[in-house]
Write a protein that binds this ligand. Structure first.
Ligand code: CDP
Length: 236
């Protein structure tokens, strides 16, 4: 099936509009909002703090706990509030996408809790959640080896595209969706999922697109983090 033109006029390798802000939840240790197109994720970080019950503690490192949730009002169809199989899976892959960059071994016996809430969803929510969470962790002052950015790439009809929106995800029989998370400096892949079918060449092409997209996102993340220090200097 030929996919000749994107509904919203974007080029096949063009991201939706991105914006990010750090420090949106004052009482959290770290927080951030990340928006890409109509998808909005907010993240709040608490910790490192002593982990209870004690038998869950790891004497060698902190336990990173991520909790992804999608607000009932974030989607147009009815969505039951609370956890689901989907949110449990996304929480787990988010944890894996972030754990390798956080210096967990500096904080034995503690927990670092990351709460991600999707307040508006138009595809790519797990990636937006990871972007927000990485910024919130940095904002909390937790030592990190690198930053993480994430973007969804995929195949819509016959085209490899970046940052699919919901209409594209639902195109014809459904698109191939490939969420990718990458560390900024070392370009290590910390998340790679694939829902659908692609050839090896197409997958390589998609990952190349994801690299470019993550670089762009990374710049936005860094700018948002710098912004908070400017505000602090101005006494805000
Ligand atoms: O959000 P992401 O693409 O990472 O994950 P998904 O499970 O592939 O979901 C794709 C999209 O379907 C979401 O981004 C939402 O826009 C939508 N969705 C929804 O409308 N209602 C749900 N209960 C779950 C997902």
């Amino acid at each position: 099936m030929v996919y000749s033109k994107r509904e919203d006029g974007r080029k096949f390798d063009e991201l939706r509009k991105i914006s990010a802000k750090v420090g949106i939840i004052k009482r959290a240790d770290g927080s951030a909002r990340f928006q890409i197109g109509d998808t909005i994720a907010i993240a709040a970080v608490y910790g490192p703090r002593e982990l209870h019950p004690k038998f869950l503690q790891d004497p060698e490192k902190a336990v990173l706990r991520c909790n992804y949730d999608m607000a009932s009002f974030s989607v147009t169809e009815r969505k039951k509030p609370g956890p689901s199989r989907r949110s449990t899976e996304i929480s787990l892959v988010t944890e894996k996408a972030l754990a390798s960059v956080v210096e967990l071994d500096l904080f034995p016996n503690t927990a670092i809790d990351v709460f991600i809430q999707i307040i508006q969803a138009n595809a790519g929510t797990r990636c937006a959640g990871i972007c927000a969470a990485a910024m919130a962790l940095a904002h909390a002052g937790i030592p990190m080896k690198d930053m993480v950015a994430a973007i969804s790439v995929g195949k819509v009809g016959d085209k490899i595209v970046i940052d699919l929106d919901k209409e594209e995800e639902d195109f014809e029989e459904g698109a191939t969706d490939i969420p990718v998370a990458l560390t900024a400096r070392n370009k290590e892949v910390t998340l790679l999922q694939l829902d659908g079918e692609v050839s090896k060449d197409e997958l390589m092409q998609a990952i190349k697109l994801a690299r470019k997209g993550c670089e762009e996102i990374h710049n936005v993340q860094i700018e948002a983090l710098k912004e908070i220090y400017k505000e602090d200097k101005n006494g805000q």
